[in-house]
Design a protein around this ligand. Structure first.
Ligand code: UDP
Ligand code: MG
Length: 138
């Protein structure tokens, strides 16, 4: 069993597909063991994506991620980090696999509906960025 962090990004909360996204995780055998809706400040969004701070899209990414409410989820399941990435699909919705969340609900390479941790190590850090241990029901 692995835990991973998922974010439903501002484009997806404004498209009113948050329920569909959460339902999909549950259908795929990932359990929601923590969840909260919040809005990131520009500073917090920049901190979350600090590894990308040298990249040309960083400013846009920070503006987008702080533009509206997001939902942070901790998902738990067998091979959870990799399973979540498969369900999400490729970063660019145009290239994402048929039926993946980004194909279904993403808008473009920046506004791509969901975030998911890319390794177990990053999952631990990203979960701690959003949740106290006492908020995780695992
Ligand atoms: N992103 C972007 N332009 C790009 C690549 C990425 O705006 O050319 C944004 C997009 O929102 C993406 C996030 O930056 O989800 C993090 O990029 P990463 O390469 O880590 O992709 P992910 O792990 O989200 O698939
Ligand atoms: Mg990434």
């Amino acid at each position: 069993m692995e835990k991973t962090l998922s974010l439903i990004k501002p484009d997806a909360t404004s498209k009113q597909v948050m329920g569909k996204i959460i339902a999909r995780f549950e259908q795929e055998g990932l359990s929601v063991v923590a969840m909260k809706m919040l809005r990131l400040s520009k500073e917090r969004a920049a901190e979350f994506y600090a590894i990308h701070s040298h990249l040309p899209f960083f400013g846009e990414l920070v503006s987008f991620m702080s533009s509206g409410p997001i939902i942070a989820l901790v998902l738990q399941g067998a091979d959870g980090v990799k399973r979540n990435r498969e369900i999400m699909g490729a970063t660019d919705p145009k290239k994402a696999e048929e039926g993946s969340l980004r194909k279904l609900y993403g808008t473009n390479v920046g506004e791509n509906a969901v975030h998911g941790s890319d390794s177990l190590e990053n999952a631990k850090k990203e979960i701690a960025f959003f949740f106290d241990l006492s908020e995780i029901y695992a």
